[in-house]
Design a protein around this ligand. Structure first.
Ligand code: FNR
Length: 363
């Protein structure tokens, strides 16, 4: 279908299910165990409604903003996600070019399927990207990688802390189990990844990490550090104590701990119980964001920007670079409409009093 016929973020997911290979679809869609958190990430947004304000002449502001020192034309970023080539032969390079056209920041996964050099050279002049790492059991390899991304000109390092241990990604495992030949078969060549794509790409990771490992990263780069995968207010406070510049409240799109809380709920908890944290560190979130309204809710509660993972993989898978651009347009339009309708001109007008828990209320 023509890219212009995509009207909602989830239209890309619907088409991806039809078009992508089974391996790609099952790897992208996959989540941990019973996929409760993956569903909850989206459902939780329904518990927050706007408190729209009228007659504020909110029709001429912009969507420009910044987070962790990076400029962005929209308050969204591409969450780092592995293996974009499973969905489209040009892979992450499509995300880079699309992000460049739309003026947003891309998070590049350490498990990207294009090389770092390919991705970095697909950038427009001054286009900013973040590089995401997992720590390698061989710290020398991590050191070399941090040196390389610093030299190549990334604007921040994202340290993902919620996936040192790989969980059971149910669909991913089942899909692979389905294509693996039976044990009696002579041809075992297809059974290379019997536990799924996820397990196949994570073997180098150190599973034994502590807060001290942040010091290792700090020692090996002077870039701002963003810790991704924070799932409690207590750990957000520890990030402040460890002097990192940003955190992404995230449960890895429900792919790690089933029954981890929805990031929008954690953001709300932080807003209610520890509002001072928002002045000490840039807070971002991802997980379950499927509309401009979702983005605006998170920003009103204090997020500086909001990430999308699967939606970009799906848009790339169905329409390549054009899909990436179209996804940004859809979000930009919805964010603008929502802001106009609740009385916010600029991103800085998005304040907590514009959002609240859903009713109905009995007074
Ligand atoms: C991810 N995610 C992820 N995160 C990360 O830090 N490094 C990675 O390599 C990956 N890889 C990855 C692959 C796939 C297929 C998915 C779906 C996700 C998590 C990602 O950054 C983000 O947290 C979630 O995707 C956000 O949830 P939504 O937007 O998919 O609901």
């Amino acid at each position: 279908p023509p890219v212009d016929s995509m009207l909602l973020v989830n239209d890309f997911e619907d088409w991806a299910e039809q078009i992508l290979s089974g391996t790609a679809w099952n790897y992208y869609k996959s989540a941990a165990d019973r996929e409760i958190t993956a569903a909850e990430n989206q459902d939780a947004f329904r518990r927050y409604y706007f408190r729209p304000r009228m007659l504020r002449d909110a029709t001429h502001g912009s969507l420009n903003t910044e987070f962790v020192g990076m400029q962005t034309a929209l308050p969204i970023f591409i969450s780092p996600a592995a293996m974009a080539k499973l969905g489209h032969p040009l892979g992450e390079v499509n995300l880079t070019k699309g992000a460049g056209k739309c003026g947003i920041v891309q998070g590049i996964s350490i498990n990207a399927s294009c090389s770092l050099d390919e991705i970095m050279s697909a950038r427009e002049q001054n286009q900013q990207v973040m590089f995401q790492i997992y720590l390698n059991k061989d710290r020398k390899a991590s050191e070399a990688l941090l040196k390389k991304v610093t030299e190549l000109g990334a604007s921040a390092v994202i340290f993902t802390v919620d996936a040192a241990w790989r969980s059971k990604r149910t669909r991913d495992v089942r899909a692979k189990a389905a294509v693996a030949p039976p044990p009696s078969s002579k041809d075992q060549s297809k059974s290379k990844a019997p536990l799924g794509v996820s397990q196949a790409i994570s073997g180098y990771q150190d599973t034994n990490l502590t807060w001290n490992d942040l010091d290792f990263i700090r020692k090996n780069t002077n870039l701002p550090i963003i810790v991704k995968g924070i799932q409690s207010v207590e750990d957000a406070e520890l990030c402040v104590q460890h002097g990192v510049q940003g955190i992404i409240l995230s449960n890895h799109g429900g792919r790690q701990c089933d029954f981890a809380p929805a990031p929008i709920d954690l953001l709300y908890e932080m807003r209610i119980n520890k509002p001072e944290l928002f002045d000490k560190i840039d807070v971002m979130m991802d997980g379950g964001v499927r509309s401009g309204a979702d983005v605006v809710k998170a920003l009103a509660l204090g997020a500086k920007a909001v990430g999308l993972g699967r939606s970009f993989l799906y848009a790339n898978g169905t329409h390549g670079e054009d899909g990436v651009v179209r996804l940004c347009q859809i979000l930009a339009e919805e964010i603008t409409n929502t802001m106009r309708n609740i009385g916010a001109n600029d991103i800085s007008d998005l304040k907590p009093e514009l959002v609240g828990p859903a009713g109905p209320w009995v007074y």
